[in-house]
Write a protein that binds this ligand. Structure first.
Ligand code: AMP
Ligand code: MG
Length: 341
């Protein structure tokens, strides 16, 4: 299959909408990461998403809508607290899990009786959903297990020849996938942290439970409330990832000690304030703010992997605000390897 890579314009959006209607796959930009979309009501098209990504069949997809009226027919009801979240954070980087109707195929929800719904704020994503005229089921547009794509080029390197089209809308604003909150029970459960923070959720709806698996591996026998939590995720193809927590100076010293013996090719993802790193270290500086870290962490993991480093040291951050989401992705990428230095 020839994959068309097109800069977003009216014509490209029109063709992309047509491809979705015909049962094809289109990767598109959102404010979080690039998504890989299919008509949510077309079972065959939905199944082809799993094939293109190599995604385990038990990991459900998020249904993307362009207007709040899109919830009708997809979810059984919107409880009061869920409505509060929708009013405050949609459109935006929030996904809510609600009880599904029969109209939503079990292939989309991986057999669950709930469905994940999100209304993105990215104007190109909204234009595509409107052009398609149907809700779009979409996971992140990476090969399963690899870091999520935040640029069209990342999608191209994972998906060339596997999907019909990639819409290039530039780099994603937040760079981390949406916050996922299960609103189908009495107490909201944060399944995946994102740019809508735990603090903001609590401010809006009161008590919110942080799901197991967010900052630690699932314990033996613990059931993943979000199937995505149990799968290998965000890991580079060959490099091992290790998180370092400590002062800027201690982090630099640890990396330099490791680089000094010359037996490993070493990469580092650190804030700009980590200075005096050895010249042999391949460094990705990610600014000094957590928002910048979020924006560029997946790009940095991919870039260092492309340089064939053996190990990537990543600077840990505080777990407040968007820091919780950054730590969740880094820890999973590192298989929960975290060193205090
Ligand atoms: P992705 O779009 O690749 O970021 O993956 C979607 C995420 O949403 C995965 O972590 C899924 O496990 C999660 N998800 C989607 N639908 C549900 C659902 N019905 N219940 C729990 N988690 C869900
Ligand atoms: Mg994903």
């Amino acid at each position: 299959m020839k994959t068309v890579l097109a800069k977003v314009d009216e014509q490209a959006i029109r063709s992309a909408g047509e491809i979705i209607r015909q049962g094809g796959l289109v990767a598109f930009p959102t404010e979080t990461v690039y998504g890989l979309g299919a008509n949510a009501f077309d079972e065959k098209a939905v199944l082809s998403i799993f094939a293109a990504k190599g995604r385990p069949a038990d990991n459900p997809l998020i249904v993307h809508i362009a207007d709040k009226s899109g919830f009708e027919g997809i979810v059984k009801e919107i409880p009061e607290k869920a409505q509060k979240l929708i009013d405050r954070f949609m459109p935006g980087p929030l996904t809510v899990i609600l009880k599904k109707t029969d109209k939503v195929s079990l292939h989309v929800t991986a057999g669950l009786d709930t469905v994940a719904v999100r209304m993105p704020s990215n104007k190109d994503a909204l234009a595509l959903i409107r052009a398609a005229g149907v809700p779009i089921a979409a996971p992140s547009a990476n090969r399963s297990g690899l870091p999520s794509p935040t640029r069209a080029q990342h999608v191209f390197s994972d998906m060339d020849g596997r999907i019909e089209m990639i819409l290039d809308g530039g780099a994603c604003t937040f760079g981390l996938e949406s916050t996922v909150v299960d609103m189908s029970g009495d107490i909201p459960v944060l399944l995946r942290p994102g740019a809508v923070t735990l603090e903001q959720l609590k401010e809006t709806v009161g008590e919110v439970i942080l799901s197991g698996g967010v900052l630690s591996g699932l314990k033996e026998g613990e059931v993943a409330r979000s199937p995505g939590l149990k799968h290998k995720h965000y890991a580079p193809k060959s490099a091992r990832v290790v998180l370092l927590r400590g002062s800027d100076k201690a982090i630099a010293e640890h990396i330099n000690r490791f680089a000094a013996d010359n037996s490993h090719k070493v990469g580092a993802i650190v804030k700009n304030c980590v200075t005096s790193l050895d010249k042999n270290v391949k460094i990705c500086y990610i600014g000094n703010e957590d928002l910048q870290y979020a924006q560029s962490v997946f790009d940095a993991l991919r870039a260092l992997d492309d340089l064939n480093v053996d190990i990537i040291f990543c600077q840990a951050v505080e777990e407040g605000g968007i820091g919780l989401a950054i730590m969740n992705r880094l820890l999973r990428s590192a298989g929960f390897a975290l060193l205090d230095v």
